[in-house]
Design a protein around this ligand. Structure first.
Ligand SMILES: [Fe+2]
Length: 185
């Protein structure tokens, strides 16, 4: 179990990962999953919540600043990814609270915790944005796919299902973005 708990942690561990001792999430619930499972899964969800918030902001950065021949298609696609990220954020954040936990979704809490690379602030050309957004989606998708197995191993199939839903959406959006560069390969 120690390894599983460790893998759910990030360099800037969510509060739930630091409970130690009793391993009780902060809020009482009649949810029948064991308290330790709920604590560990809440920590996993808070870690991925930070990545999701970062992804949403990266997609908006691309949506606002992209320039090039494919402007309108990419401008709209990046906004679709930002909107999808908000839905994923909500699924993951609300799952934390369903488990009796506290969703840690402020910018300050998540900025140091995200595992995504920092978005290139001055990217302008569509090639740069396609490369940056596809890399962010791929990195995010990898972590979400790992979270499916982690949630399953921790004994929470419902959270595994939430991450599976997110993962399907990430793969689809990665395809949409990569299709803009694959013709040049
Ligand atoms: Fe807009």
């Amino acid at each position: 179990m120690a390894n599983k708990i460790q893998r759910a942690r990030t360099p800037h561990a969510p509060q739930h990962a630091r409970f130690g001792g009793g391993r009780q999430p902060p809020h009482r619930t009649q949810n029948d999953l064991p308290a330790e499972t709920r604590t560990n899964v809440a920590a996993l969800c808070n870690a991925r919540l930070a990545d999701t918030m970062d992804l949403m902001h990266q997609a908006k950065q691309a949506h606002w600043n992209v320039k090039g021949r494919n402007f309108i298609a990419l401008h709209e696609l990046f906004d679709t990814i930002a909107a999808a990220s908000i839905e994923w954020m909500d699924l993951i954040g609300e799952r934390v609270v369903q488990l009796g936990g506290l969703a840690e979704g402020t910018i300050q809490a998540t900025a140091g915790r995200t595992e995504l690379e920092e978005y290139p602030l001055h990217a302008a050309h569509e090639r740069e944005h396609v490369a940056a957004v596809s890399a962010a989606l791929a990195a995010y998708g990898k972590r979400v796919r790992q979270a499916i197995d982690q949630a399953d191993e921790l004994g929470d199939k419902d959270t595994a299902d939430i991450f599976t839903e997110v993962s399907r959406g990430v793969d689809k959006n990665l395809w949409f973005v990569e299709a803009h560069q694959q013709a040049d390969d």
